[in-house]
Structure formats: structure tokens, C-alpha cells
Design a protein around this ligand. Structure first.
Ligand code: FAD
Length: 429
């Protein structure tokens, strides 16, 4: 493929990663971002082996690993009875895989620093609203309909509320999910918590409380924990009106270990309300405008795949452009490469979410009695581990990637984080 002029809309994980891949492949790339200063939005997230493999392909594995916190298992218990409801361990599947919990700031800093080091321009304070296909070029317009750029290819990585996707021929149908969550990033030092696991407590499917030990924004910074509380969006105002003390006492009744974290919350402003929408843009391109990350597909974060899928999209699009003769065939190849993996995880997210976020007591009963029992019977532990890892079907080959070598990195990680190893060996839930 000839050298292309490429405009990337959005400096989130998808936009930053695709800009790195394509600039390194020799294209002229610029990023356009609505914020005056590009910045991460939100609290912590769980990077899976799928997304970590993409970061490794960009040469960023060691950087993210030094900032993140290795996660070996996902453990959820009924808050009332204490019974284990969910226990997924990465090592139930072969290969030595593990997750890495990170602050959003850590993922952002890792990618953004690389973009700056590679000299990729970022134009800020530009709120993109529409595109016009003009022959083989795409013209980008902002919200005041001003032309801000003219490219061979525009990559929309502007997230789940993308105006460009909504205005395209691939506009997805948006299903706003009833439940969302309050999230906060809190100090982890001094609090007794298992640093090797994502921990959750449930009361049926209407209450879900979570703690994710999310590492540090940059090496030397204090370790943080991402805390979340699931609730119906329609109940947010009533919860706030009842007051912060009432909200904290409800949580402490369920899970007293949350005390040191709740003590750090003195104002509702410390909590971010996340709303979720389920949507898929099909096909993930329209003319010479292509969608990646949440702009192409978003869902509830129940399976913790969104940022990982965004990174896989970035790698797959870059691979398709490097192995196709022209843009239309490259975009079709990108759509083919990601189709099955995206479909599967969109379907699984839609199926799993009501088990953890819904008003149904019947679904919660099935989860607590049947699913938790079946989940222990081989080959289910390995299958669940592969779902969580994002590898239940191979996402790598079609994106031109080779999976990261977990076994060799594992020993390096163990050397790097002795205090985590101590916690890991003593962790008993
Ligand atoms: C509460 C919560 C928890 C989550 N937990 C996990 C997890 O554990 N693991 C995981 O993998 N995923 C998780 N996700 C999903 C993950 O956050 C997203 O899938 C991921 O951020 C998508 O990346 P993106 O780059 O596509 O979009 P975004 O991260 O949304 O980035 C979009 C960028 O585009 C910019 N932008 C938006 N509109 C415009 C515009 N009009 N013009 C210019 N710029 C614009 C934004 O400012 C932003 O910089 C979670 C999501 C939420 C809400």
C-alpha cells in the first residue's frame, strides 16, 4: 500500500495504539482529540492476555507491567451467605496467562508517551462531528461544521458515543443498559485486601460491589484500588438524596472490608457514574471511514474486554492495511479479521450481564446454584479462563500477532514485584 494520510479521531487506547502501528508502518498519521489536554477518563480496568499481547507487539509490555498489578483470579461471593459464586483462575487454562489490573492513567500514559516519543502529532480541542466522502478522500468536520482535515482514511476511535459512527451508514442501534456503576480510584496502601484478585460481592443480581487492585499510574506513584458499586441509572438521584452515610452503611453491611476505602470518600464528586450501552456498528466501516474500539462495538464491562478489544482492533486494522493492495480491500479484510471475535464477545457480554446486573432473582438463583456448580466441572474452568483472557477463539492470527510468551515474562514479573508474590502466596479466600 502507498503511504496514506490518516486522521485518527480520539486519543483513547484504540486511537493511540492504531496511530503507533500505522505511523511505524510508514503512514502520515495525526490524532485529533476533543479534550484540550488528552487525558484518561475513568478508574481502573483489567487488561487481559489478548490486549497485553497487542501492547507487547508495540514494545510496551514491560512498561505496562511495571505500572500494573498482576491478577491471577476473579473471585465473587454472595455477600449474605459468603458462598463462592464465581472463581475463575487464569491458570485453569494452559500457557501461563494472567491479567494485569491497571489504572486508566497507566494505560493512557504508556500509549501516550510512546506516541509523543514517535513524534506523532496530536491536535487537541477539536470536537469532530461529521465526515464527507469526497472522491477517494474523507473530509472531517467539527461541531461548527468547520473543515478540520482531509485524509485518505479516517479512523474513528472516539468511543461509545461516537458522533461519526452515529452519522454513518453503519450507525449501530443503541441499547442503553439499565444498570451502570459508581467508580472511584482510592488509595490501596495499608488496607488489607487480596492484591492478586478482582474481588466481588453480590446480593442476587441487584447488588454488585467490586475491588480491583489497580497498580500505579507511573512507577514510583502510590498503588491504587478501583472500587465499584453497581446500581440502576434510574436510582442514582434517590441514592444520592438518601446521603453518602446511608450509601456507605449499605455497603459496609454487605462487605465490612470496604471500610478503609469508603473512609476515603467524602463527596459524591469522588465517584464517577459509568453508563453502559450495547451497540455494534456493522460493517465497521463506511466508505473510507473505519471504526475501531468502542466506536465499533461497546457493551457492559462485565467481561472486562473493551479496552482489550480496542487494542486488537488497532492491530487488526494495521495488519489489514499492510497486507492489502488498496483501502477498500483492507477495510473488508479488517472487518473479516475481527468479525467472529467481536460477535462472540458481544454475545457473551449480553448473555452474562443479567447474571450480575438485573432485577431478576431467578437468574441470580441459577447463577448461585447451577452456574457456580457447573463452573467447577472440567472442562469448564479452562473454558471460563479462556473467556476471561479473551482467547476463547484465537484473536491473534487474524490480527497478524503472535501471542505473548507468558511463561518467560512470568518469571520476570515475579522478580519485579516481590511484595505481590508474598500476598499471592498467602492469599486464601
Ligand atoms: C466502568 C467501566 C469499566 C470498564 N472496565 C474495563 C475492563 O476492566 N477491561 C477492559 O478491557 N475494558 C473495560 N472497560 C471498557 C473500556 O473502558 C473501553 O472499551 C475502552 O476505553 C475503549 O477504548 P476506545 O479508545 O475505543 O474509546 P475511549 O476510551 O472512550 O476513548 C475515546 C477518545 O475519543 C475522544 N473523543 C470522543 N468524542 C470525540 C469527538 N467527537 N471528537 C474528538 N475526540 C473525541 C475521547 O475524549 C477519548 O479520548 C470499562 C468501561 C467502563 C465504563
Amino acid at each position: 500500500m502507498k503511504q496514506l494520510d490518516i486522521g485518527v479521531v480520539g486519543a483513547g487506547p484504540a486511537g493511540l495504539a492504531v496511530a503507533l502501528f500505522l505511523s511505524r508502518a510508514g503512514h502520515r498519521v495525526e490524532i485529533l482529540e476533543r479534550f484540550d489536554t488528552p487525558a484518561p477518563v475513568g478508574s481502573g480496568l483489567l487488561m487481559q492476555p489478548a490486549g497485553l499481547t497487542v501492547l507487547a507487539a508495540l514494545g510496551l509490555f514491560d512498561t505496562i507491567q511495571a505500572r500494573g498489578n498482576r491478577i491471577d483470579r476473579l473471585h465473587g461471593a454472595d455477600a449474605v451467605s459468603g458462598r463462592t459464586v464465581l472463581d475463575v483462575r487464569y491458570d485453569a487454562a494452559p500457557g501461563g496467562r494472567y491479567g494485569l489490573a491497571v489504572q486508566r492513567a497507566a494505560l493512557f500514559n504508556t500509549l501516550h508517551d510512546a506516541v509523543v516519543a514517535d513524534g506523532i502529532p496530536i491536535r487537541t480541542g477539536i470536537n469532530l462531528a461529521s465526515t464527507v466522502q469526497h472522491g477517494e478522500r474523507v473530509i472531517l468536520r467539527d461541531q461548527a461544521s468547520r473543515v478540520v482535515g482531509d485524509y485518505d482514511l479516517v479512523i474513528d476511535a472516539s468511543g461509545a458515543r461516537s458522533l461519526l459512527a452515529a452519522g454513518s451508514t453503519s450507525a449501530p442501534t443503541i441499547r442503553d443498559l439499565t444498570y451502570g456503576a459508581f467508580w472511584a480510584t482510592l488509595d490501596g496502601a495499608g488496607a488489607a485486601h487480596d492484591r492478586t484478585a478482582l474481588l466481588q460481592r453480590y446480593d442476587k443480581a441487584k447488588v454488585m460491589i467490586g475491588l480491583l487492585p489497580a497498580g500505579r499510574a507511573t512507577v514510583g506513584d502510590p498503588d491504587k484500588v478501583a472500587f465499584f458499586w453497581s446500581l440502576k441509572i434510574a436510582d442514582v438521584e434517590a441514592v444520592k438524596a438518601a446521603g453518602l452515610s446511608r450509601w456507605k452503611s449499605v455497603i459496609l453491611d454487605y462487605w465490612p472490608d470496604c471500610q478503609p476505602f469508603l473512609d476515603q470518600i467524602g463527596d459524591w464528586d469522588q465517584l464517577t457514574l459509568a453508563r453502559y450501552a450495547h451497540r455494534t456498528a456493522l460493517p465497521p466501516f463506511s466508505g473510507n471511514l473505519v471504526f475501531i474500539g468502542d466506536s465499533a462495538h461497546s457493551t457492559s464491562p462485565q467481561l472486562g474486554q473493551g479496552a482489550n478489544m480496542a487494542l486488537l482492533d488497532a492491530a487488526a486494522l494495521s495488519h489489514a492495511l499492510s497486507t492489502s493492495g488498496d483501502i477498500p480491500s483492507a477495510l473488508k479484510a479488517y472487518a473479516r479479521a475481527r468479525r467472529n471475535h467481536v460477535r462472540l464477545f458481544q454475545m457473551l457480554s449480553l448473555a452474562f450481564t443479567p447474571f450480575y446486573q438485573s432485577d431478576s432473582t431467578a437468574i441470580a438463583w441459577v447463577r448461585d446454584r447451577l452456574v457456580s456448580t457447573i463452573a467447577k466441572v472440567p472442562p469448564m474452568p479452562g473454558f471460563l479462563a479462556a473467556i476471561v483472557a479473551g482467547t476463547v477463539i484465537d484473536p491473534f492470527k487474524s490480527a497478524g500477532l503472535t501471542e505473548h510468551d507468558w511463561l518467560s515474562q512470568r518469571s520476570q514479573a515475579d522478580t519485579a514485584l516481590p511484595e505481590v508474590n508474598a500476598a499471592r502466596s498467602s492469599a486464601q479466600i
